[in-house]
Design a protein around this ligand. Sequence first.
Ligand SMILES: Nc1nc2c(ncn2[C@@H]2O[C@H](COP(=O)(O)OP(=O)(O)OP(=O)(O)O)[C@@H](O)[C@H]2O)c(=O)[nH]1
Length: 407
Amino acid sequence: MKALRALRTLSTFPTKPHRNPTFLHRLYTAQPQQTLNETEGDSVFDSSDYAIPSLDDTHSAEKKELTWDEKFRERADKVVFGKDTQKAKVRIFQEDEDERKNRTLARALLEAALVREEEEDEEVKEEDQRSLSVGIIGAPNAGKSALTNFMVGTKVAAVSRKTNTTTHEVLGVMTKGNAQICFFDTPGLMLKKSGLPYKDIKVRLESAWSSVDLFEVLMVVFDVHRHLTKPDSRVVKLIDRMGAQAHAKQKRILCMNKVDLVAKKKDLLKVAEQFKDLPGYERIFMTSGLKGAGIKDLSQYLTDQALKAVQRPWSEDPLTMSEEVMKNISLEVVRERLLDHIHQTGRTCEMVLSGSNSTLITNKLSQRKILVGKNGSKIGRIGIEANEELRSIFKRQVHLILQVRLK
Ligand SMILES: Nc1nc2c(ncn2[C@@H]2O[C@H](COP(=O)(O)OP(=O)(O)OP(=O)(O)O)[C@@H](O)[C@H]2O)c(=O)[nH]1
């Protein structure tokens, strides 16, 4: 598939640069014009150094025509490569064509959906605006980020198989009619076996715990599949603690998440039964942040809460993404790409973002070498993928600069 994608990319360049091996090397290793030094100085990825095909390049595929006489080509292929080469090539082109059609259809559907939404969006007067703050709390890997992403409809928090990847509170905003809901994705807060917060907690955990009471709604999320297979006493204590008493100013709800992984639905009822008598929770939801199950109900509940809330002007313009949200999204996309490419547990580097410029700061030379890769191939690949994703999220060109620096 990757090879196919690379071939398609090659076919969009007008001057057949694929005959040039230097170009091929650059495409696969994502090297910028100048060679990056793996060990010394700062390594920089700048998206403007790369000829990344524009978002409209799918149309150029329509212009693609076979330039050879198929009869002669087939004979030549038989002599040089063996019988099936030509057929395989035709098959590849057909698959390519199918994929292109699917992409065009998906794009048309998406655009139609967006147009309808835009038409429905009417300006809401300030006196009619309602807003609600929602905190999401749960054990590491419970699926808090994925759930936030699904509700907000865009990527606001990195999702990865490694735990504690959410390293700061990320704001996501969902606007429906007069209601605007702001989500705060807390870091993976955990309790000790005793049911109390860790004493040796780092600053970020302390601030996250103390901010919990500030939210108007608190969603406690846990992985129900894991709970059924290997219950974690710390998670049970977290659920119990948060649901023990009704809060005067805060509504609390429990989300049994990852329900898609549970084969027997009866098991879900058993778990719901286990937590049903906790007076602190107003509702229990069964959700899947990955597949979307139960999200409609959850969104509706939150919208109702927002509409009941006192009038408060929206903090975000629903039609334009604030600079801060865009910054957070950019950081999370880069972080996610980093995690995909750097297969190491624990934290490899700090990230600092100013504008479109991300600086990755590492402590060790060895880590820096891994991040940069041979001739800058790793950071280049991360940069290209992140840039591509950001362009599709923001629907416009993005100038992304990644720098790797030693502390
Ligand atoms: N099958 C399934 N997997 C999910 C679901 N939600 C999340 N995941 C997966 O679970 C893993 C962790 O998800 P995250 O959303 O990063 O979890 P988190 O609670 O934000 O993790 P921390 O940032 O460590 O606190 C990822 O591999 C997700 O793809 C779900 O509803 N169903």
